[in-house]
Design a protein around this ligand. Structure first.
Ligand code: APR
Ligand code: ZN
Ligand code: ZN
Length: 361
């Protein structure tokens, strides 16, 4: 039977979000209905609300979630009712060119549930990133569910579903940070701090946190930053060079998503160093770099998409490290809020007051 549950939707461009009743269908082939236990508030949800991602209103927001599988459709064998899962927005196909080449994190054919959740009047909802988890229950493709250790706090586990994984993966997967490397992270919100935590996990030597907000630099230390640079008054490139024996960092991670910080990242890396772009730029942003500097400095310029993660490989491993006390995932949960607190949480996120607000049931 289709179920009626409470959920947070964005009905039209720039209108405040609202809590309303939605209809969740029974899972069809390859689908699962998940009882959501926790879902983090991310910039992407706000971008949907503001119309920056698509015009397919109404949106069912929320996508950094964990919960328990309630029911599965025909042919689902990877998860079963009762499983504790973290949701992901890139369920890989396993057969496309990227998957066939053994690089499933670049999968060109990721999938979501085929059926639509609706409003009571039958209006189809567009779930944020194919998830839509500011809801008591949601419908996803079974491949979007990754089983993890059920001893994990759902509010903590759900954060792996997006921004925190993006940051951790930018350091561990894309940046390939290894023992003793010097790492600089520009922008220390949730994503940048996760990159710092990832660099620490990988055994980096110096970890230099850069931000224009001094409060953020204090928090960055908690996740493993060994040095901090307030770039509101200092040239961060010079500061990073000075902290790395005049050389620049082996890996520089840009976690803001702006041309000026990308340029800083480019010049703050050592010869043959790696720059990782994890901050998401807008379509009109441009950079203008002398080609000779690209050539002369060598190394590599990479972007990191969803931390180049493979949920089935990375989520259980990171949850295990968190349960062992070796990864401070809980530190990213600034506050727990009810379903009707999302609009206010957007305001706190916008002001930079929180790493992550998490909706819990
Ligand atoms: N130089 C250094 N830091 C900056 C600058 C700047 N010019 N401008 C902003 N910042 C800092 C902010 O002070 C803040 O601490 O960047 C941080 C951004 O953090 P959040 O706004 O919390 O964003 P976060 O969730 O971490 O995401 C960062 O990654 O995945 C993407 O879409 C996401 O583009 C966004 C980025
Ligand atoms: Zn694929
Ligand atoms: Zn997100």
């Amino acid at each position: 039977m289709p179920q009626e549950v409470s959920a947070v939707i964005a009905r039209e461009r720039n209108a405040p979000v609202e809590v309303t009743t939605i209809v969740v269908p029974d899972p069809g082939p390859g689908e699962a209905v998940v009882a959501v236990q926790a879902c983090g508030v991310c910039h992407t949800d706000l971008h949907y609300r503001e119309g920056g991602i698509s015009d397919e209103y109404p949106f069912l927001l929320g996508h950094e979630a964990a919960g328990v599988v309630e029911s599965v459709g025909e042919g689902v064998t990877d998860v079963a009712p009762g499983d504790f899962v973290v949701l992901n927005w890139r369920a890989v196909c396993g057969t496309c060119r990227a998957c066939a080449r053994g690089r499933p994190w670049y999968c060109f054919d990721t999938h979501n549930a085929a059926q639509k959740m609706t409003l009571l009047d039958g209006t189809e909802l567009t779930p944020a990133l194919g998830i839509g988890a500011f809801a008591e229950k949601t419908l996803v493709a079974s491949g979007q569910c990754t089983k993890v250790d059920p001893r994990a706090d759902p509010a903590v586990a759900g954060l792996l579903g997006c921004g925190i994984m993006a940051g951790l993966g930018a350091a561990i997967n894309t940046g390939g940070v290894s023992r003793g490397d010097s790492v600089a992270v520009i922008g220390c919100g949730g994503v940048g701090d996760a990159a710092i935590a990832g660099a620490a996990l990988a055994g980096a030597g110096r970890i230099i946190a850069v931000d224009i907000d001094d409060r953020k630099l204090q928090t960055a230390r908690r996740f493993g930053a060994t040095h901090t640079v307030d770039s509101s008054g200092t040239d961060p490139v010079a500061a990073i060079r000075e902290l790395t024996g005049g050389n620049g960092a082996d890996v520089v991670i840009e976690a803001v998503g702006r041309p000026e910080t990308y340029e800083q990242a480019f010049y703050a890396r050592d010869l043959a160093g790696t720059v990782v772009l994890v901050g998401v730029p807008t379509p009109e942003m441009r950079i203008d770099l002398p080609l000779l500097d690209v050539f002369g400095r060598g190394g590599s310029l990479k972007s990191s998409w969803y931390g180049d993660c493979l949920p089935s490989r990375d989520f259980p491993m990171l949850i295990d490290l968190y349960l062992q006390g070796r990864l401070d995932l809980a530190g990213f949960v600034t506050e727990r809020i009810p379903l009707d607190g999302v609009e206010e949480a957007f305001a706190r996120m916008h002001r930079g007051d929180v790493l992550r607000s998490v909706v819990v049931d």
